[in-house]
Design a protein around this ligand. Structure first.
Ligand code: AMP
Ligand code: MN
Ligand code: MN
Ligand code: MN
Length: 279
């Protein structure tokens, strides 16, 4: 059980979130969160601003990152919690991830061009942004250009599984992402495990490889509205000897499916990932 209001998975404008790091911290605090991790996609650029805001507001900021990796041709997200953002191997790895993201966005937009869409305009729009380019930015550009009704529609038509964007990802292997996080002193935490499309056997192998690589935790409560997945995820955590984390994956106050401050508690019997890290 947990007494604190904890959220260990959120995004800012340094990746595909809608709020600047300091705004995110302020909103999270107002929503009652006492321990917050900022976990931008492949970026630690927002941590300094978030840390200063958290200090001013009296909440605990957990330095984090969400690294994109690949396992058996599927993209797997690994959260790094309590990382040292100044770690040299992590910094080098994130520089590589930034390059991969830029190249991937170019490839995706070239694919869209082949499908009759204005690839160059979409590329410019997806990159006209201070943070790293993500498919969320491209989805917004597709909506703005009238090529999709909503971001979800853009994912269904162009960016989701089996569509143009899927041809173009070249993420590092899962074990590399885990290695970067542990080298930076962090706890590698498998994000939203119920979201991956895997057979039961495939999932066991994913977890086994994650643990063998040095993975330490799994997101057991992933999103405020996903309580039904928590039970299965809690089983996976205990079966594989992993600690459990809780995270909303908050991106935007206008999206109602992952609000701040409304997460379910970690189920009893799961070791909290914060056990030795929080007073
Ligand atoms: P990327 O890391 O560039 O592959 O972008 C993935 C991001 O796209 C995720 O972190 C979500 O924020 C967003 N995303 C994924 N699927 C959808 C969807 N169906 N509708 C809206 N956003 C989505
Ligand atoms: Mn995202
Ligand atoms: Mn993710
Ligand atoms: Mn996320």
């Amino acid at each position: 059980m947990q007494d604190l209001n904890i959220d260990l998975h959120t995004h800012s404008t340094c990746s595909d979130g809608a709020l600047a790091p300091a705004e995110l911290v302020a909103r999270a605090t107002a929503a009652g969160i006492q321990v917050l991790a900022l976990t931008d996609h492949d970026s630690v650029a927002g941590l300094e601003e978030a840390r200063a805001a958290a200090l001013a507001l009296g909440v605990t900021l957990v330095p984090g990152v969400e690294i994109s990796s690949a396992w058996r041709a599927q993209s797997i997200h690994v959260l790094g919690l309590w990382i040292d953002p100044a770690s040299a191997p992590l910094q080098a790895a994130l520089a590589g991830q930034a390059q991969r993201r830029t190249l991937r966005m170019q490839n995706i937009c070239a694919q869209l061009e082949l499908r009759g869409l204005p690839g160059k305009e979409l590329l410019a729009a997806a990159c006209a942004h201070p943070g790293l380019p993500t498919r969320s930015h491209l989805a917004a550009a597709l909506v703005a250009g009238g090529h999709a009704r909503t971001p979800d529609d853009a994912f269904r038509k162009y960016l989701g599984r089996g569509k143009a964007a899927q041809l173009a990802s070249d993420w590092p292997a899962l074990h590399e992402a885990v290695g970067w996080i542990t080298a930076a002193g962090g706890i590698a935490t498998l994000a939203h495990p119920a979201r991956y499309r895997l057979s039961a056997g495939g999932r066991r192998q994913l977890f086994a490889e994650f643990v063998a690589s040095g993975g330490g935790a799994v997101e057991v409560v992933a999103g405020a509205n996903a309580a039904h997945n928590a039970e299965a995820s809690a089983r996976w955590a205990t079966t594989h000897g992993l600690a459990g984390s809780v995270g909303s994956d908050f991106h935007d106050p206008q999206l109602s499916w992952n609000p701040l401050g409304r997460l379910a508690k970690l189920p009893a019997g799961v070791t909290p990932v914060w056990r030795d890290r929080l007073p």
